[in-house]
Design a protein around this ligand. Structure first.
Ligand SMILES: Nc1ncnc2c1ncn2[C@@H]1O[C@H](COP(=O)(O)OP(=O)(O)O)[C@@H](O)[C@H]1O
Ligand SMILES: [Mg+2]
Length: 204
């Protein structure tokens, strides 16, 4: 089974691309979903977070208060490392289990959608990588619109990440996502064929 890493920057179009592939029947594993599962109510991950950060990071219903935890770890490197140390191994375990399932089913390709593919060195474990990239102004606009952010806040989010210019150097294939969804579907199908040898018809 070929494992393809799908990544990008904030709001560059990773999830849009992942959904197009999934709609065409490709097995797509979303690291953001795994990260949520890793700290779901009743999980070991959530218990470890409460042990480290205290019960204040819980919502009244018992789930994780992501906003509160986010504001703690955003300001403090040591807290952020501690949180990553709890969440990352759990995400890796969930991903491995999901991949095993797909392998057992005989899937020939799996796509792993991971925002921090390069930052976390996961690209080394992939058989190919696809970067969804776009121009800086497009990225900023999509971040502001999707997340309801003012320009300064959106710029700060973008600046906190590895620049797309750096990711472009590391990816096997780059898909430019500055145009329409139909343009993305077409460029993504070409990139998918390049890394897997499989031809797909993708719908926008
Ligand atoms: N080609 C495109 N045309 C129009 N809107 C797009 C396109 N690609 C992405 N978007 C929009 O931009 C925003 C960010 O895309 P998303 O796929 O959520 O990014 P990511 O998962 O990389 O953060 C979303 O609101 C999405 O609908
Ligand atoms: Mg996304």
């Amino acid at each position: 089974m070929k494992l393809i890493g799908l990544t990008g920057g904030i709001a560059s179009g990773k999830s849009t691309a992942g959904k197009m592939l999934a709609k065409a029947g490709v097995a797509v594993i979303d690291a953001d979903v795994l990260a949520r599962d890793a700290v779901a109510p009743g999980s070991l991950g959530l218990a470890a977070i409460v042990a480290r950060f205290g019960p204040d990071v819980l919502l009244p219903e018992g789930g994780l208060d992501r906003k509160k935890l986010g504001s703690i770890v955003f300001q403090n490197d040591e807290s952020r490392r501690a949180l990553n140390h709890i969440v990352h191994p759990e995400v890796a375990r969930l991903a491995a289990a999901r991949l095993e399932e797909l392998r057992a089913k005989g899937a020939d390709v799996a796509v792993y959608e991971v925002p921090l593919l390069f930052e976390n060195g996961l690209d080394a474990a992939m058989d190919g990588t696809i970067l969804i990239a776009c121009a800086d102004d497009v990225q900023l606009r999509r971040t502001m619109e999707r997340d309801g952010l003012q320009e300064a806040a959106a710029r700060a989010r973008v600046a906190a990440q590895m620049p797309l210019s750096e990711k472009r150097k590391r990816a096997a294939v780059v898909v430019e996502n500055d145009g329409s969804r139909a343009d993305l579907a077409q460029a993504l199908a070409a990139a998918f064929e390049q890394v897997t040898g499989q031809r797909l018809a993708l719908a926008p």
